[in-house]
Design a protein around this ligand. Sequence first.
Ligand SMILES: Nc1ncnc2c1ncn2[C@@H]1O[C@H](COP(=O)(O)OP(=O)(O)OP(=O)(O)O)[C@@H](O)[C@H]1O
Ligand SMILES: [Mg+2]
Length: 225
Amino acid sequence: MFVIKNITMIYNMDKSEKVYALGGFDLTLPDSGLIGIIGPSGSGKSTLMYCLSTLKKPTEGQIVYNGKELTALSDHEREDLRRNEFGFVFQRHFLVPYMSALDNVVVAAAEYSGKMVEKAKGLLEGFGLGEKEYHKRPAQLSGGQRQRTAIARAMINDPKVLFADEPTAALDHDNAFAVMDVLKDYAGTKLVLVITHDRSILKQADRVIEMWDGNLGGERNGDVI
Ligand SMILES: Nc1ncnc2c1ncn2[C@@H]1O[C@H](COP(=O)(O)OP(=O)(O)OP(=O)(O)O)[C@@H](O)[C@H]1O
Ligand SMILES: [Mg+2]
């Protein structure tokens, strides 16, 4: 669970052209559920996600994650947290081009073992990639298959929080919905945060957070059209 207080992010602090990316708001996020973050370009969505996932440090404010104040952690502690508890999916899949789909998933496992290979196969299979696809390289897969492989990779260590920044932006609608189904399933027991410009993929969201110019706008529960 995240308890966020007065989160503020100012880029270019040392320059005359300061950018106020997060305007000092409070937010609490639960342990599980699919949370959508929507808002115009430049409204601070990615910045918020980077701060929550410890990739960036806010200029001011507190982010308490399961009792830990994230801004007080050392670099090493933050790396540990990212490795052990967080998973990441981005707009581009960032798969290793010369590795098979299966190896791309297995390589992210905390430890290499036969059990992990089986787990990776299970994840891929659950996302509609069968034996036929395991040994294909990313370039030999469709865009949707590549992105589902990237999600399998992000899930291999059972992260407690899955951060997805525009995971469906490069996909057609059918593939986007297939990816959202996978994320919704995972959100049954874990927290999944999804940034998007596309409201239609958030139909299954438990909550939608709207961002506007570095602040929170209207919030609705579920009934997103
Ligand atoms: N590293 C940076 N240095 C300076 N300004 C930045 C930096 N990263 C982001 N910004 C600025 O901060 C603001 C918020 O950016 P952010 O990337 O969080 O927006 P976003 O909502 O994710 O936008 P998009 O939908 O286009 O991805 C924007 O004005 C952006 O130009
Ligand atoms: Mg962004």
